[in-house]
Design a protein around this ligand. Structure first.
Ligand code: PMP
Length: 407
């Protein structure tokens, strides 16, 4: 067991201290969204109480204060993932919009008939469908890199798929459905060797360890603030400078222009070229507070605690009759996906909720991999650093009760 001071950390998250259906809440749905510390909630409400105004265009003190905080958060995120420059951080509405932006802007200008986009078979729908849309428009194809029965990418199959027609490899750093950590360093190097670009969907990775985009050498890295203890509806697109510079705008409107006339419009510099309209100012400032919070946390100890929770939970699962773990790769984040034999995952979820235990059930927006495993979905318990061993015990006690109703 780890020495991480989980009780001290839990005190920072007000939502955890409540009862649900007459039981103390056990929140094990962190892969869907993480909870927010007081620092984030306070930063958002302080912004609306004292600084609320529009950014980048005001000639008054409030607008100046809002702009300074808004841009400071961009710098914090750049430093957090070790991006060379803050202007390589584009604010979006989330991972989904970041991928759509790249697929629409980079994809439409760089893909043509006969080109190939590779994604893995375990991707979230948001890393499949935007590529299918651009493939329809350009004549390119989208192909799935095979995944084996343990939920691990088949690297030999990946190597054999690579040829000069592959223009983009777009893969998740971590699977949201199973927690598999993909060998993206090797995949990035192999893709670059044949001249392809690489987008990494980091939605499920950033909350678990420090990501270094320069070390990874990926061309794009995307994630959502809400899975990193920040607000919903906000995301990040990181890209290499020369690639972002060459990409056309994604959406048109205010902020993203330099001059507008009916004879022709010129576009703003990075990052504003991709940020049309008034952004989620409060969200960005709240996210800055989330980054500060994480920078003040011993992230290695937090990560070790999460891994200890996973090991403890999976040991209990293996010792429990009727539980089948889905996704047994050797490298995983703290996600335990499982089936209770003979029971539909949705029914299990309802019975756990009745006992105050919050999990996610269903196909986790990763229908292709569920189809491959021939299951309707899984029950997914996903642990964050504020979860406890006692909560894992509560999960298994609740599963035992659910079994009495279902099996
Ligand atoms: N990719 C992965 C791996 C995810 O887990 C998620 C969220 N479940 C997304 C993309 C989409 O993120 P968002 O809904 O915040 O855009």
């Amino acid at each position: 067991m780890s020495s991480f001071d989980v009780e001290r950390v839990r005190a920072d998250f007000p939502i955890l201290h409540q009862e649900v259906n007459g039981q103390p809440l056990v929140y094990l749905d962190n892969a869907a969204t993480t909870q927010k510390p007081n620092a984030v909630i306070d930063a958002i409400s302080d912004y609306y109480r004292t600084d609320n105004s529009n950014v980048h265009r005001g000639a008054h003190a409030l607008a100046d204060r809002a702009t300074v905080k808004f841009e400071a958060a961009r710098t914090k995120v750049a430093e957090f993932i070790n991006a060379p420059e803050a202007k390589q951080i584009i604010w979006t509405r989330g991972t989904t919009e970041s991928i759509n932006l790249v697929a629409a802007s980079w994809g439409k200008t760089n893909l043509k008939a006969g080109d190939r986009v590779l994604v893995s078979a375990m991707e979230h729908h948001s890393n499949i469908v935007p590529w299918q849309l651009v493939a329809q428009a350009t004549g390119a194809s989208v192909e799935a890199i095979p995944v084996d029965a343990t939920g691990t990418i088949d690297m030999d199959a990946f190597a054999s798929m690579l040829n000069a027609n592959v223009k983009m490899v777009s893969v998740g750093h971590v699977s949201n459905a199973m927690g598999t950590i993909n060998p993206i360093e090797k995949m990035i190097a192999a893709a670059h060797a044949i001249g392809a670009k690489v987008l990494i969907d980091g939605a499920q990775a950033v909350s678990h360890w420090a990501v270094d985009v320069q070390k990874l050498d990926c061309d794009f890295y995307v994630f959502s603030a809400h899975k990193l203890f920040g607000p919903t509806g906000l995301g990040v697109l990181y890209g290499k400078r020369e690639i972002l510079d060459a990409m056309p705008p994604y959406q048109g409107g205010g902020e993203m222009i330099e001059t507008v006339s009916f004879a022709g419009t010129t576009f703003n510099q990075l990052p504003y070229k991709f940020e049309a309209g008034t952004p989620d100012i409060a969200g960005v400032i709240g996210f800055g507070a989330a980054i500060d919070y994480l920078n003040n946390l011993d992230r290695e100890a937090a990560s070790a605690h999460e891994q200890a929770l996973l090991a403890y939970a999976e040991e209990k699962a293996r010792a429990t009759d009727d539980i089948e773990l889905i996704g047994t790769s050797a490298n995983k984040t703290s996600v335990m996906s499982f089936m209770l034999r003979g029971a539909h995952p949705a029914d299990v979820g309802v019975l756990l909720d009745k006992q105050g235990v919050a999990v996610r059930t269903g196909n986790h927006c990763a229908q292709p991999i569920m189809d491959q495993f021939e299951i309707p979905g899984t029950v997914r318990a996903s642990f964050s650093f504020y979860n406890t061993f006692a909560e894992v015990d509560r999960l298994f006690a609740a599963i035992e009760k659910a079994k009495m109703f279902l099996l």
